[in-house]
Design a protein around this ligand. Structure first.
Ligand code: NI
Length: 260
């Protein structure tokens, strides 16, 4: 059974056939999905999905490119959503200097506030970090608490930094990029970092693996990601699926009863 630790089924890319796609998961070995909020609206839609589908859990949070919408009142609404039973993480939150849509200081401010919210509520965090390696590490170190787990989603930095994150007890999210022929750095990271520290993720509808690169992505494609990881680790695909399932269950504190 595959656990997709990061997807966006609230995205409009699924508006025409969402039900059909989600209904096909069971027969394709997809057991649990965490739908990740990237804005207030996305968080609201995530909650609806968790109510509708027993196998969908949710993360509540505002992505760094969307933090312009936050103020104290909206932040307190977000806090309330985090208390819901099926909200299992705060995310995705972080820094994005690639799109660079919001001022860096504003991104940092709301990254820190959402990290502290997770700490206060005892939830793990899903970190989005793009072209902001140094600042992300600095903030995660400053705000570090051994009790707060984190996953660096769609990991794209160096092996050295991956080792630092693992030392902090964090996880790395691995998705479709691992199947791209030019992803040399990421392949090295996956080879060197223990399987016990990796989570499988799609980031659907984005980042479809080869052979569907460039198309709409969904959790059924995770078998290609698991296969690519298995080849790098010289183990079986089944082993990758089994261990990443255990990792994700423990990260999100989702018990055995939760699967489809
Ligand atoms: Ni995402």
């Amino acid at each position: 059974m595959i656990f997709d630790s990061h997807a966006h089924y609230d995205d409009q890319a699924f508006d025409s056939d969402r039900e059909e796609v989600l209904a096909s998961f069971k027969e394709n070995g997809i057991g649990i999905v965490v739908n990740v909020g990237a804005s207030l609206k996305g968080t609201e839609k995530t909650i609806r999905l968790t109510e509708e589908y027993p196998f969908i859990y949710g993360a509540a949070g505002v992505h760094p490119t969307e933090v312009g919408e936050l103020n104290e009142e909206r932040f307190s609404w977000l806090r309330q959503q985090c208390i819901r039973e099926k909200i299992v993480a705060v995310g995705e939150i972080g820094l994005d200097y690639y799109w660079d849509k919001e001022h860096h200081d504003l991104q940092k401010k709301w990254f820190v506030r959402q990290l502290r919210l997770a700490k206060e509520l005892g939830l793990p965090v899903i970190v989005h970090s793009r072209e902001a390696a140094a600042d992300t590490m600095e903030i995660l170190r400053q705000e570090y608490s051994a009790q707060t787990k984190a996953v660096i989603h769609c990991y794209s930095y160096s092996l050295e930094m991956a080792r630092e994150y693992v030392k902090m007890g964090y996880y790395l999210g691995i998705g479709g990029v691992i199947t791209f022929p030019n992803a040399k750095k990421l392949k090295e990271v996956v080879q060197q970092i223990p399987l016990e520290r990796l989570l499988l993720e799609t980031d659907s509808p984005y980042l479809a693996p080869v052979p569907y690169r460039g198309k709409r992505n969904d959790s059924r494609n995770l078998s290609y990601v698991a296969e690519a990881i298995a080849a790098l680790k010289a183990c079986t695909t089944e082993e990758v699926i089994r261990i990443t399932l255990e990792n994700a269950r423990s990260f999100y504190a989702i018990g055995q009863e939760a699967a489809i």
